[in-house]
Design a protein around this ligand. Structure first.
Ligand code: NI
Length: 144
């Protein structure tokens, strides 16, 4: 859902604008101030939407673990079966003889997605993990 563009003017210190433009230019040849400011606004709105634990979020849970740890694979599997409504898709990559990388695409109320991430990442033997999620309203419905 794209919306009409509106122009507005903002007064800010020149040094702040210079620093912002300098940072924006690092994004490459096609980077421009308007798009950089739009991104910042979206980020800010998305962060606020995430404050509501009932708001629907979309995102991913990434984790790396050693499948040789006794009981670990089964425990992670059990948690995922208990939360299958929040898990849209999973990808499992065998990194080496010991290590597995698993990426879960998730969707659901922020509270339940965070709970799922905490359970998985808090399981003993999970070496690395993170949840990257954004409120659906910000990611999908806000448009450009
Ligand atoms: Ni594996």
């Amino acid at each position: 859902m794209a919306s009409d563009l509106v122009r507005f003017s903002v007064a800010i210190p020149e040094t702040l604008l210079d620093a912002f433009d300098e940072r924006t230019s690092r994004r490459g040849l096609h980077a421009n101030r308007s798009e950089a400011i739009r991104d910042l606004m979206r980020e800010q709105l998305a962060e606020q939407d995430m404050d509501d634990p009932d708001a629907e979020v979309v995102g991913s849970i990434t984790m790396v673990y050693d499948h040789h740890v006794v009981g670990l694979s089964g425990a992670l599997d059990q948690i995922q079966h208990d939360h299958m409504t929040q898990i849209v898709s999973t990808m499992h990559v065998h990194l080496d003889h010991h290590s597995c990388l698993e990426v879960l695409a998730v969707r659901g109320a922020g509270r339940s997605v965070r709970e799922l991430a905490d359970l998985l990442l808090g399981t003993k033997g999970v070496r690395y993990g993170c949840l990257a999620a954004v409120a659906s309203t910000s990611a999908i419905e806000a448009g450009h």
